[in-house]
Design a protein. Structure first.
Length: 428
């Protein structure tokens, strides 16, 4: 590897990245190169490859103008052509690929977009506008060299998160970069610790209030990405200390310690369940009414909001791992929330939550499935009961009995229910 700023020869991880490029990505690179243009791979793919991770997205920079890119690649979509960006739709095994013309940015006024852009910059000038040094490297796939003018490789090796230039200037260009800084501290390619200048800017240096002007949708997206990483506890503790979580969640939030949130992670927990569990734990000290207002303010989807609220309400209500009837009811009652609930409760009582998980894994499927064997019409006919709350209670009670005892025929449900005087709620 050459010195930062020079065209360094590639090490094995970067050679592996280039050798593993999809046919679609290679085709785009060839079209630009054959058209007489320079082309580089930029962004997270280089960072992840250097740390032994599989890159999920390939972003391309080129000295071709947006119009020249579209002429060479007619199926590219002009998603941000005023900023030099076109998007190539997914093909085969690829995700979408963004191609952006090298540019220099004018002044930022709205805290998100430059008032002007100038195409025709050099690759070094283009990298000047990036957020952090670990994201400010460019890989030339034709000449197979790395451009690293900001020592991003060194920072990557040393676990340091450093802004490109003045941190405050970078944050004023886009307030979301404040959250991105914390997300990268916990990124699987790290963890990273901020250098002194970045740490000072985040902790009392005036950066955090810039988040107030960022749309809630963008804030939520960044938080969701952060909360799916394996290790987030140290970063969230830092975010709480620096006042970031108070800005993200707003005045309704009652501080809940992020300690223990790493216990939520497990290889079997899907990303959706993991982030729902962690949102629930961060909101567990906030009252139920404020929780709902807070999540709606974050523009969280109705499905996700319902899941977070439900997990919050059920925290600490695990079944006895040795009671098969309880386990059956718990599994049915939680449904699609089961993984998120167990992940959240694992933070509060790891031993019990893991025992419940193991017991559920060995629990046999229900003989009659999860559909009720006794419906409302059957209850009315048998008990001469009119429609109303009592009918609903009896129906729920019979269904609970069916699930708890794993009964496979309606008559046996009636027999097991006895005088119909037991609890009706499936869980707890």
């Amino acid at each position: 590897m050459g010195d930062a700023g020079s065209a360094g020869q590639l090490n094995e991880p970067l050679r592996h990245l280039l050798d593993g490029l999809s046919n679609s990505a290679l085709s785009l690179i060839s079209k630009l190169d054959d058209g007489g243009h320079r082309v580089w791979i930029v962004g997270g793919a280089i960072r992840d490859a250097l740390k032994g991770l599989v890159p999920h997205d390939i972003d391309i920079a080129t000295d071709a103008s947006p119009e020249e890119v579209i002429a060479l690649i007619p199926h590219a979509i002009p998603t941000g052509i005023q900023f030099g960006t076109v998007t190539v739709p997914p093909r085969d095994e690829d995700g979408q690929i963004e191609i952006t013309t090298l540019r220099a940015d004018g002044e930022y006024i709205d805290g998100r977009r430059p008032t002007s852009v100038t195409f025709g910059a050099s690759i070094e000038e283009d990298l000047e506008r990036r957020d952090f040094t670990v994201n400010a490297m460019a890989l030339d796939p034709v000449n197979r060299t790395l451009i690293d003018p900001h020592f991003g490789r060194n920072d990557l090796d040393n676990g340091v998160l450093r802004a490109v230039g003045d941190p405050m200037k970078r944050f004023k260009e886009d307030g979301l970069r404040v959250l991105r800084a914390y997300r990268f501290m916990a990124h699987p390619s790290g963890p990273y610790l901020p250098d002194e200048s970045l740490a000072h800017t985040l902790h009392g240096g005036g950066a955090v209030p810039l988040l107030v002007g960022v749309s809630k949708e963008r804030v939520l997206m960044e938080m969701e990405r952060l909360l799916t990483f394996p290790s987030v506890e140290d970063t969230l503790v830092r975010m709480e200390r620096d006042g970031v979580l108070s800005v993200v969640f707003g005045p309704e939030w009652s501080v809940a310690s992020p300690e223990g949130l790493d216990d939520c992670f497990d290889d079997e927990v899907n990303p959706w369940a993991l982030r729902v569990a962690r949102f629930a734990l961060l909101l567990r000290r906030t009252d139920s009414v404020s929780r709902s207002i807070l999540l709606e303010g974050l523009r969280m989807s109705g499905q996700d909001r319902s899941a977070v609220l439900a997990v919050c309400e059920r925290l600490g209500q695990l079944p006895d791992p040795l009671d098969t009837g309880q386990l059956r009811r718990y599994r049915v009652a939680l449904g699609t929330h089961l993984g998120a609930q167990l992940a959240a409760d694992r933070c509060l009582d790891p031993s019990l939550a893991n025992s419940v998980h193991n017991s559920l894994m060995s629990l046999a499927p229900l003989k009659a499935g999860e559909n009720p064997l006794v419906n409302g019409l059957m209850i009315v006919d048998r008990l001469s009961m009119e429609a109303g709350p009592e009918l609903g209670r009896v129906k729920s009670l019979l269904y609970r009995v069916q699930i708890e005892h794993d009964i496979s025929d309606a008559e046996s449900v009636w027999e097991a229910a006895g005088d119909l005087d037991g609890p009706a709620q499936m869980w707890p």
